[in-house]
Design a protein around this ligand. Structure first.
Ligand code: GDP
Length: 174
């Protein structure tokens, strides 16, 4: 189990989906979050915190011009779990979310690691017009995933939903 062994969780999603806000909720108060900067000057940052044996790294999933891959995708190589954050109130962006989800799952560093669980957070559930999690699961075709997955509605501002979500993930980290 994850109790005595190191585990790394990557938190990914589009810009503005709520990754930083959720990181703040997950980290203990006295732990600081570190901003990471890439070697190549494309202005994409990532954030990280370490708590005991658990490391959380968050970064944006965006298309990058000029043939660069995401400078952070190397974290797929040694991660034990993925938290995929979706702004469920931003219906217009759902097709893009699906593209980015597929792209992440087809990444060679991730594709063959079927054991890696993916937790989908339907975040901003407090917003009027937020897509219900069942509908979001259908739009993203989560039933086609060949790995453990779970979708939970969350409110990054209050932390609502995060306990249930993290319980699910914690039981599947190894
Ligand atoms: P990131 O770019 O994915 O790291 O997104 P942020 O964590 O910076 O959040 C983007 C914006 O959405 C900020 O203004 C947050 O306060 C807000 N936000 C994050 N989660 C929620 C949520 O669950 N509900 C609402 N209403 N706003 C949220």
């Amino acid at each position: 189990g994850p109790k005595n062994t190191e585990a790394k969780v990557v938190i990914i999603g589009l810009v503005n989906s709520g990754k930083s806000t959720i990181m703040q909720q997950l980290k203990p108060r006295d732990i600081t979050m570190t901003k990471l900067t890439p070697n190549i000057p494309i202005g994409m940052t990532a954030e990280r915190f370490v708590f005991k044996t658990l490391t959380f790294v968050a970064f944006d999933l965006e298309d990058i011009q000029n043939g660069f891959g995401n400078p952070w995708e190397d974290h797929y190589r040694d991660c034990h779990g993925v938290i995929f954050v979706v702004d469920s109130a931003d219906r217009m962006n759902t097709p893009l979310v699906r593209i980015q989800l597929d792209k992440m799952l087809r990444n060679p560093l991730m594709e063959k690691r079927h054991e890696i669980p993916i937790l989908i957070l339907a975040n901003k559930t407090d917003q009027p017009g937020a897509v219900p999690s069942l509908q979001l699961a259908q739009l993203l075709e989560l039933s086609h995933l060949n790995r453990p997955w779970h979708i939970v509605c969350s409110d990054g501002l209050t932390g609502e939903g995060l306990n249930e979500a993290m319980d699910w993930l914690a039981h599947r980290l190894r």
